[in-house]
Ligand binder design. Sequence first.
Ligand SMILES: [Zn+2]
Length: 474
Amino acid sequence: MYQEITKKMDEYIALHKDEMLDVILNLAKYPSILEEGTEGAPFGKPCRECLDAAVEIMKQHGFTGGVSSDGSYGLMNYGSGDKTIGLFAHTDVVPVSPEDWIYTKPFEPKRMGDVLVGRGVEDNKAGVAASIYAVKLLEYAGLGLKNKVSVFLGSNEECGMADIEAFARENKMPDVSIVPDAGFPVSFGEKGICRAHMIIDGKFEEITEFCGGTAYNIMLDRLLVKIKYNDALYNEICDKAKDNKFLEAEKDGDLIVIRGTGLPKHAASPEGGVNAANVVSLALCECPSLCKNDRDMLAQIADLAGDFYGEKLGIACCDDCFGKLTSVNGICSLEDGVPNIALDIRYGTGITANELESRITSAYPKAYIHENKAGFAIPRDDKIAVSLERVYAELSGNPDAKGFYMGGGTYARYLRNAFSVGLQAGYIENETPELPAGHGDAHQSDEILRVNQFVEAVKIIALMLHECDKALSE
Ligand SMILES: [Zn+2]
């Protein structure tokens, strides 16, 4: 059904591929990591500079618009019409560990054969390029848009989402939106995300340190615990550590120092993960020489950290779209002897945001909520949803390709009628350099973008844009 159109699109891509990739390579030179804000640059100068660069590039391609008055996001328009289709990309990136990079330095992006390497080449500077060229491809293929396209350029997606919150306050919502910052075929919905701090009732008597983790959304994989020294306890712990590869103990002056490790998983999919706080707490609970007060408190921590589906906390639920609620501990700290256990809870349609909060506080009266953003689910039989699913099915040649509901969070949850998609079409062959485990993906060292899969993705996004345009014009 799209054969003639995609042939035209391929023709355009053959002529403009280098130019498309240059947009990404240019933007990926900006180290747009969150920094202290200044006047006009609320997320720091590098974020603002990258935003300005993206706006400039889009102006050269015929988009009009600019940066918001507070400097937190850009808004670029194309065409006109009664209704608006939104495209949402972001120009900020996650921090880097330069020493881990093999093929280049994080902000010296380069092309190696059929991939680009550099921080942000996929997540999400490719989203900016995809937004520009999806529009261009449609024009070239003779499918002019009847409605306005509005491209949002964010600069705080990775750390806070203050950019999209400002957008939602200050602008009319687009009638339908595409967020190229997830995966294919297409996401129809996202779980709600609640970050809660569970304050354990009581105070440790012998444990003097219990800390680890920096991110809510990564399962705790390192925990440091210190306990007042006594011989019997030390022997019991060393005995446990002997047959537990996740546990280490040593004597340090008048303290026992315990280091727990785990297997980190993203909070959206905890399956197969091991939580370091769970490992240590379970082991210490079985040490009779530790005082009962501390053991009782550790038993609660073990439950919170080891129960990935919130059963013990009384929040477990499950639904057809999203499957099980998940609950993952990413940060532990000790304040005045009182343990503070942070949970990242992702919930589907089986529980409301309010109900979740009230169950948490009834189990742990001192708990507090850091943030709680409800998710959304567009029905599978929604007309636009079905048409976007069909675009992917047709181009990939896989009639069974289906839209999905996910635990990950994108801008889509702040919008109305928003579908998130990917930037690499996995069914296209693409040679890739050898990458060790933990390298190559978004947020990892040596982040890559597969060029052939990317240009295919732009075609898919263009046709999805076309379907949205058709639906809005009916
Ligand atoms: Zn992203």
